[in-house]
Design a protein around this ligand. Structure first.
Ligand code: ATP
Ligand code: MG
Length: 363
């Protein structure tokens, strides 16, 4: 326990004054017996009186000294109980209470931060809900329009009807994607991503992925490069569906953030082995990300181009999901990018080893 200077001085005075008085009385009694007993008796009496009064005063002072910080502490705790997290508790002196006050302050600041974070997450969630609701309106309006067109006979020829139907189908798919995104986001929020890990041959898996994405990339007129150098016998412990979600999120970013001023928009897939790590690189020559935004793009709801334009859409959750799924697979996601040049996502997964533990999604 730390004692204040005032405290020490008071205790020193309480002990030294009677000591001086008593020793003077002793000196008088032993060395100067001729002075008689009256003066030493007075000195002894004085020292006893000083001890009594001093102790009482010290006790009272101590009580006050103790009660003041306790009152402050009680007041500060009461404010926190009432939801006021802004009241700062400061210690006037460097004493045994200052450490307690510091710890209390630290606790208050942590509470404040977590309350602010919760509020921010709630607001972000609301913004996302309103964005998705807004995004859902567009395909719904389109579907209604095309259905009306068929019903009212505007689509008069079988060819026109087929075209209307195919548009309705693609709009319904758009809606499905949005609803799926919302549903998956709610699973991530509540920590309930349904994983089904299996042993998968990496080379074949990534090759299939590429073929599955080819149609969509061709439709977007993206020039695709592909290189797969993973040996046939290399396996990974992964959930094929969730890993596919990772790759399609990254690919959809490459498409969404392509540089429309370029003649050719490219996307290159490279799969290879680096020691005990399976690496999947997906590189694009899109608009790229500014250095000040790059460290934040994996954060939930972070969007580098804050102005949410109708052409890009998006809620800023794709990459946070990518990171979560990769970490749950015992791997990681790393993004490098240069504004105006393009971005490269590097996904790393550990090679599956017999008898090794499966990744733990609860980590
Ligand atoms: N390949 C890329 N090229 C340029 N910018 C990118 C790329 N990938 C991500 N970004 C930037 O990072 C931000 C976060 O990406 P993320 O995928 O998390 O969200 P989003 O694409 O905006 O929305 P969502 O994926 O939820 O539909 C994007 O808004 C974009 O600014
Ligand atoms: Mg995205």
């Amino acid at each position: 326990m730390r004692l204040s200077r005032k405290n020490l001085l008071a205790m020193l005075g309480l002990v030294t004054i009677p000591l001086v008085l008593l020793s003077s009385a002793l000196v008088l009694l032993t060395r100067r017996p001729e002075t008689g007993a009256a003066v030493p008796c007075v000195l002894i009496g004085l020292s006893i009186l000083e001890l009594l009064l001093g102790s009482m005063a010290l006790l009272r002072w101590q009580q006050e000294h103790l009660s003041r910080p306790f009152k402050k502490l009680q007041d500060a705790a009461g404010r926190i109980r009432d939801g006021n997290l802004d009241h700062e508790l400061t210690s006037e002196e460097e004493d045994e209470f200052s450490t307690l006050f510091e710890s209390f302050e630290e606790m208050r600041l942590r509470l404040k931060n977590s309350a602010e974070e919760q509020l921010r997450a709630e607001q972000d969630g609301k913004v996302m809900l309103s964005n998705i609701s807004h995004d859902l309106k567009t395909p719904i309006t389109a579907i209604k329009g095309y259905v009306e067109g068929i019903r009212d006979g505007v689509a008069s020829t079988p060819e026109k009807q087929a075209r209307y139907l195919s548009t309705i189908y693609s709009k319904a798919e758009e809606m499905e994607k949005l609803v799926d995104q919302l549903y998956f986001y709610s699973l991530v929020e509540s920590g309930r991503i349904p994983y089904h890990f299996t042993r998968i041959p990496a080379r074949a898996y990534f090759s299939d992925c590429r073929w599955e994405l080819k149609e969509e990339l061709d439709a977007q007129e993206m020039v695709t490069g592909y290189e797969n150098r993973i040996p046939e016998d290399i396996c990974m412990a992964a959930d094929p569906e969730q890993l596919h979600r990772v790759i399609s999120n990254v690919v959809s970013n490459a498409v969404k953030y392509r540089d429309r001023t370029r003649e050719k928009n490219q996307i290159a897939f490279r799969f290879f082995l680096e020691g005990e790590t399976i690496v999947a690189e997906i590189e694009d020559n899109g608009v790229g990300i500014a250095p000040e935004d790059l460290p934040h793009v994996f954060e939930r709801f972070y969007r580098a181009d804050a102005a949410r334009s109708a052409s890009t859409g998006g809620n800023g959750i794709g990459l946070s999901i990518v990171q979560k799924i990769m970490e749950d697979h015992g791997g990681r996601a790393l993004l490098t990018s240069e504004k105006g040049k393009g971005s490269c996502m590097r996904l790393e997964l550990p090679v599956y080893k017999e008898n090794a533990n499966e990744p733990d999604p609860d980590r």
